[in-house]
Design a protein around this ligand. Structure first.
Ligand SMILES: Cc1ncc(COP(=O)(O)O)c(C=O)c1O
Length: 396
């Protein structure tokens, strides 16, 4: 980036100026992406790349509905939110876009039934649900989606914002299934995480149908989208990705990490599962607190002088129901807090930063930089094992 600034290239913005680096980046992405995705629209974030994809699909199709998956995550602007499957994020802003329907993730029968209705312009999905808790679909799902979208003339939008650019061990996660969408969205690591950028890739025919004439070519634009500075960062990030073999590194170190974590899952009952692919991993926790708060309340009530237990029994049904609901909510929170306590110990005692996924705070994501070495992975595993041991002792 310093080289770029020192060279004093003009940081052109807006497409009419035909910015050099953005053009080179478009060319490079088109060459790398599978499925002849050779039109590229640049924006400044993941959610904007999704907005561009949704608008492109609607402009290219006579149909009006969009289908998305329960528990999926595509961003928080209104269009992307309308195809994000998490009530918590959606509810305060409803009603969202009309004619957006959700389906269970990984269910090809449900997709077929919905597409048979004949009104679906686009189906948007992640190859692996990231924020939903690193959920992998059944094998063959993406190839099945491709076949169904072809059969029913539905545009397939694949959100590779989190999975893309090496994270799962291949440049694009759909390459694991040897398939490709009609429209693909990228962001996050595209510029090495340094400069805001989003990209919406599509096939020629789709772009032409949507924006192929003088009246429609500027229907969707962004002032800063396609800026040279962001594109130069992305070109440099792609260089490093290729030169340092980061896809292969993600596959290799990811497999090592997953095996090490599986060992710990087998050993500690509060770890339910490790799952993922490459360096897109997650660990699911389960620390059952059911009945814990109520037992504590009963114990305390028994120790208070006087007739606390008798008073409790004389409470109205409604009052008791409220108390029990409160105890249950507290127990749920305590369960969530177990993961937070785990993360805090990892951070404070071992200097390792982790976080939970957006849709599920009992799932800790393990998505380190793709440059992670095997030694660093070993270091993480020993820190993780040490926190497991501490908390297992603390539990007993
Ligand atoms: C799969 C996926 N799509 C879209 C987005 C939204 O990206 P942004 O936060 O840059 O708007 C995210 C962000 O986490 C994501 O994981």
């Amino acid at each position: 980036m310093q080289g770029y600034l020192q060279a004093q290239f003009p940081t052109f913005i807006q497409y009419l100026s035909a910015p050099l680096h953005a053009s080179l980046l478009a060319q490079r992405l088109a060459a790398l992406a599978p499925g002849g995705l050779n039109r590229v629209f640049f924006s400044n974030s993941g959610t904007e790349a999704v907005e561009a994809a949704l608008k492109l699909a609607l402009a290219a199709s006579d149909k009006r509905s969009v289908v998305y998956c329960d528990n999926g995550y595509h961003g928080k602007t209104l269009g992307a939110l309308s195809v994000t499957g998490r009530a918590k994020h959606r509810t305060p802003f409803e009603p969202l876009l009309p004619r957006c329907d959700s389906l269970p993730f990984g269910d090809l029968h449900a997709l077929r039934r919905r597409l048979e209705q004949g009104d679906v312009a686009a189906f948007i999905v992640e190859p692996i649900q990231g924020e939903g808790g690193v959920i992998l679909p059944p094998p063959g799902y993406l190839a099945g989606v491709r076949a169904l979208c072809d059969e029913f003339d539905c545009l397939w939008i694949l959100d590779e914002i989190q999975t893309g650019l090496g994270r799962t061990g291949k440049l694009f996660a759909c390459e694991w299934d040897n398939t490709a969408p009609d429209i693909m969205v990228l962001s996050k690591s595209l510029s090495g995480g340094l400069v805001p950028i989003g990209a919406t890739l599509s096939r020629d025919a789709v772009w032409e149908r949507a924006y192929g004439d003088i009246d429609s070519f500027a229907l969707h634009t962004s002032t800063f989208g396609g800026g040279n500075f962001a594109a130069a960062a992305a070109l440099a990030a792609l260089d490093v990705l290729e030169q340092d073999g980061l896809c292969a590194n993600a596959a290799e170190v990811g497999a090592f990490l997953q095996a090490g974590l599986q060992h710990l899952v087998d050993r500690y009952p509060f770890l339910v599962a490790v799952r993922g692919r490459g360096l897109m991993l997650a660990i699911e926790f389960h620390q059952d607190m059911r009945g814990g708060v109520q037992a504590l309340v009963k114990e305390l009530a028994g120790r208070i002088p006087g007739q606390a237990m008798a008073t409790y029994r004389m409470l109205s049904g409604a009052a008791r129901a409220h108390l029990e609901a409160a105890a249950q909510a507290l127990e749920q929170n305590l369960e969530d807090m177990f993961v937070l306590r785990f993360m805090t110990k990892l951070s404070e005692e071992h200097g390792v930063l982790t976080f939970v996924t957006a849709n599920n705070n009992r799932v800790m994501r393990i998505q380190p930089p793709l440059v992670l070495t095997r030694e660093e992975a070993e270091c993480f595993l020993s820190a993780f094992a040490s926190v497991c041991e501490d908390l297992a002792t603390f539990q007993s």
